[in-house]
Ligand binder design. Structure first.
Ligand code: SAM
Ligand code: FES
Length: 349
């Protein structure tokens, strides 16, 4: 185990067999050692900085039917909404005043927002706030749409691979193809986006081998950003009676992701904060270096529920901003309000 942890820290890679062995044999002591390596590497790369991103959840309408997701097409109980271009800009104005210099625009897969509508939104944000980064998280689109949005000024794109196991992927995504997910990620990278991949921990039927594949996938893709969160059941989905992912398992994955992609930006996810009161702080302590507080209008917060017991549904954007700052300070880390690009940018991408 010692040798594997040293190899991870020094060479930032492991084979699948080594990853499986590590996941099967981590005891309390070796877990502490893993966390101290991941924390050390994070501080070597990013110091004590934690970057903030303002998250705007602009539509909960989705044509896909992912079994785990609360806003899946088949959930007829959700009250659906779309924000107008003006409403999205208003969120950014508020966010800018609160100090955010990255806006993450996220939605279900909603074709009502055509390429042209999205290009306009991105252009408007970039012209009104020239010093911000725009991150998109809209799901799968075609190459031309990705390219035009990039040319319009979008900087980053989050598209979690969700699970690197084709078997599990296709079971969980009846309307989607694993190959297309991977193709989208490759296209986004080729176009020049800073790309985010990532996965859920504790999915039904997910094995240790599947998790090792997720980690290897990240190690090969070397994304700029990595979103890892626990699976949390939503009561109006087919997975409502399944067990949720565990805090400890998710933290282990965050630490391993840091060691396998050392210069990545890794958010302490809202799902972790929803699973455990101090889940986000715990992630920051083992290698995460980003937090994405909510900037969506209060009226729509409760309608964007991907899983049960999501935090911040009743908190004003300003409260989240200060809440998160206090939480970050409580870990001994410091808030950084700059755009916060991946440190690889400007090197060889
Ligand atoms: N539609 C876009 C996409 O597919 O990338 C972005 C929005 S999607 C709702 C955002 C992320 O929420 C997904 O990538 C997934 O990992 C996560 N998510 C959805 N349902 C979840 C659940 N029940 N538990 C934890 N995370 C969930
Ligand atoms: Fe929203 Fe803490 S981040 S209340």
């Amino acid at each position: 185990m010692k040798r594997l942890l040293e190899k991870l820290y020094n060479q930032n890679t492991l084979t699948k067999e080594e990853l499986v062995y590590l996941l099967q044999h981590l005891d309390e002591e070796s877990m502490k050692e893993l966390f101290s390596y991941s924390r050390k590497l994070r501080e070597e790369k990013y110091g004590k900085k934690v970057y903030l991103r303002g998250l705007v959840e602009f539509s909960n309408i989705c044509k896909q039917d992912c079994l785990y997701c609360g806003i899946r097409k088949s959930n007829k109980e959700v009250e659906r909404y779309r924000l107008t271009e003006d409403e999205i800009i208003q969120c950014c104005e508020l966010g800018y005043d609160l100090g955010y210099r990255t806006f993450v625009l996220q939605s279900g897969e909603d074709s009502w927002y055509t390429k042209d509508k999205l290009v306009n939104i991105v252009k408007k944000i970039k012209s009104q706030f020239p010093d911000v980064a725009v991150t998109l998280s809209l799901g799968e689109r075609d190459y031309d749409t990705y390219k035009e949005l990039f040319d319009a000024g979008a900087d980053r794109y989050l598209l979690r691979h969700e699970t690197a196991s084709k078997r599990l992927y296709e079971k969980l995504h009846p309307t989607m193809k694993f190959e297309n997910r991977i193709k989208c990620l490759a296209e986004l990278k080729e176009i020049g986006y800073q790309v985010g991949a990532g996965f859920m921990v504790g999915l039904p039927d997910q094995t240790v081998e599947d998790l090792a594949e997720d980690l290897l996938f990240l190690n090969h893709l070397q994304p700029h950003m990595i979103g890892i969160g626990p699976f949390i059941p939503h009561h109006q989905t087919p997975l409502k009676n399944e067990r949720k992912g565990e805090l400890k398992d998710t933290l282990i994955m965050v630490a391993l992701a840091r060691l396998l992609v050392p210069d990545s930006l890794i958010p302490a996810t809202t799902a972790l904060g929803s699973l455990d009161y101090r889940g986000r702080e715990a992630a920051l302590e083992v290698g995460a270096n980003v937090v994405m507080p909510n900037l969506s209008p209060m009226e729509v917060r409760a309608k964007y529920q991907l899983y049960d017991n999501k935090i911040c549904l009743g908190d004003e954007s300003a409260s989240c901003r200060w809440c998160i700052e206090n939480r970050i300070k409580s870990t001994g880390y410091e808030v950084d309000l700059s755009k916060g690009d991946c440190i690889r940018i400007g090197e060889n991408q």
